[in-house]
Design a protein around this ligand. Structure first.
Ligand code: ATP
Ligand code: MG
Ligand code: MG
Length: 367
C-alpha cells in the first residue's frame, strides 16, 4: 500500500491520518515528542526534531506523498524535502505564512483587505511610528504566535511599554484594532489541477483568544458570504495553493470583511465538517495532496463545534450520558492542562439558537 507522511504529530495530523487510513493509506509521522496524538495511530513513527536531516530523509524514504499539519516546521528542511520526496504543497506556502509580514503582503497582492499595519524591528521604531497606526492597536510578533500568544493590545500611549517584551525578541507587525461584529473563517482547498472549493463558512467565537465555538453556517448575509468565499479563492489562486488554506476574517458592521490571518493547513474551525459535511476538511485535504478530484462540499445540517480544553474534560465525561447527539472527539493527549486543546464536540442541529443555549446550560464550558 501507499504511505502518507505527515510532518507534525498533533490533533490535526491525527485527524488527517484517520481520513487517510479510511482510504487505505499507511501513515508515517515525523514528530519530536514520543506520545503524540498522531504518533499514537501512525504505522511508522519517526521521533526527531522537524529539521533533523536524517529524519527527513527517513520520512522521504518511507512516504509516497508528504504533507504537514502545522506551519511552524523548519522551512529549509521542508525545502530540502521537496527535492528528495513528493511534497505536492511545496515549501513556499509555509515560508509565506510562517511570517505575518510576508503573509499580509500575499493577502494584499491577492487584492484582499487587511487592517492598516506597519512592520517594526525595534522598540524605538515602534515608539517612532505608532502614530501612523494610532490607538487602539495590536502588536503581534511576526513569527510563531498562536492562541493570542505573541500579541499585545495597546489602548493608549501609556501602554507602549507592554509591547517591549515582544519587540525585543522579534520583528513585529502593529495593526489597527478592527471593531468587528463577528469573526468568520473560510477554509479553501485546491488540488494541483486548480480545482478549488470552500467549505461552508463558519462563525468563530473566541474566549481568552482561544477558539471556543464555531457555528455553521455563519450568521451573515449572502453578500458577506460571497465576499468571504471570493477572498479565500483569490488568496488560494495567488498562492497557487495545493492542499488546505484557512482564511480567518473579521466582519465589519457594514458587512465588509477584513482578512486577519492565514493557516496553510486544516483548521480548528473546520472540525465540524467531519460530521456536518459530505466531505471533511481532512478527507478533502488528503484528496488534494494525492491529486484526486475534489468533492463539492455540502453542509448536511447546521452544526456547532465546541472545543474541549483541559478544564472541560472531566465535566464533559460526566455528562456524556445526557447527550447522545453530541459527537465526541478526544485527541489522546495524556495531560489535561488548563487551556490545552484536548478534543472537541460537534452537534448537528436544526435549531442553532436553542442548541447554543443548551451548550451554555450544560455548565461544561463555564470555566
Ligand atoms: P490563532 O490561534 O488563530 O493562530 P493567533 O495567536 O495567530 O491566533 P490572531 O488570530 O492574529 O492570533 O488573533 C487572535 C484573536 O485576537 C483574533 O481571533 C481576534 O479575536 C483578536 N484580534 C487579532 N487581531 C485583531 C485586530 N487587528 N483587531 C481586533 N481584534 C483582533
Ligand atoms: Mg495564527
Ligand atoms: Mg487566528
Amino acid at each position: 500500500g501507499q504511505t502518507v507522511g505527515i510532518i507534525g504529530g498533533g490533533q490535526l495530523g491525527r485527524m488527517m491520518a484517520l481520513s487517510a487510513k479510511e482510504a487505505g493509506f499507511k501513515i508515517a509521522v515525523l514528530e519530536p515528542s514520543i506520545d503524540s496524538p498522531c504518533g499514537q495511530i501512525a504505522d511508522i513513527r519517526i521521533v526527531a526534531p522537524y529539521d533533523d536531516e536524517a529524519a527527513l530523509e527517513e520520512l522521504a524514504e518511507v512516504s509516497d506523498v508528504i504533507t504537514y499539519e502545522f506551519e511552524n516546521i523548519d522551512y529549509e528542511g521542508l525545502k530540502r524535502l521537496t527535492e528528495i520526496a513528493y511534497v505536492p504543497q511545496g515549501a513556499e506556502l509555509v515560508r509565506i505564512t510562517q511570517n505575518r509580514v510576508t503573509e499580509k503582503e500575499a493577502i494584499v497582492n491577492a487584492g484582499c483587505p487587511v487592517a492598516p499595519y506597519i512592520v517594526v524591528n525595534t522598540y524605538e521604531e515602534l515608539v517612532e511610528q505608532i502614530n501612523t497606526i494610532g490607538y487602539p492597536c495590536i502588536v503581534k510578533t511576526a513569527r510563531g504566535g498562536y492562541d493570542g500568544k505573541g500579541q499585545q493590545r495597546l489602548n493608549r500611549e501609556e501602554d507602549l511599554s507592554l509591547a517591549k517584551g515582544l519587540i525585543e525578541h522579534s520583528q513585529c507587525v502593529v495593526e489597527s484594532f478592527v471593531p468587528f461584529k463577528m469573526e468568520i473563517s473560510c477554509i479553501v482547498q485546491r488540488n494541483g489541477y486548480g480545482e478549488t472549493y470552500c467549505l461552508p463558512v463558519g462563525e468563530n467565537i473566541h474566549v481568552n483568544h482561544i477558539l471556543h465555538e464555531t457555528i455553521v453556517p455563519a450568521r451573515i448575509t449572502s453578500e458577506t458570504l460571497k465576499r468571504a468565499e471570493d477572498a479565500a479563492s483569490k488568496i488560494a489562486d495567488q498562492l497557487q495553493l495545493i492542499g488546505t488554506l484557512a482564511v480567518e476574517m473579521f466582519v465589519l458592521e457594514d458587512g465588509l470583511i477584513v482578512i486577519n490571518e492565514l493557516a496553510p493547513r486544516p483548521h480548528n474551525s473546520g472540525h465540524y465538517s467531519i460530521e456536518a459535511c459530505n466531505i471533511s476538511q481532512f478527507g478533502q485535504h488528503i484528496r488534494a495532496v494525492c491529486g484526486w478530484p475534489l468533492r463539492e462540499p455540502k453542509l448536511l445540517m447546521p452544526a456547532i463545534m465546541v472545543n474541549v480544553l483541559g478544564q472541560h474534560v472531566m465535566p464533559l465525561s460526566n455528562s456524556i450520558s445526557k447527550n447522545p447527539d453530541w459527537s465526541i472527539h478526544l485527541y489522546g493527549k495524556a495531560e489535561a492542562k488548563v487551556n490545552r486543546k484536548m478534543g472537541h464536540v460537534t452537534i448537528m442541529t436544526n435549531n442553532v439558537e436553542e442548541t447554543l443555549v443548551e451548550v451554555e446550560k450544560s455548565g461544561i464550558w463555564s470555566e
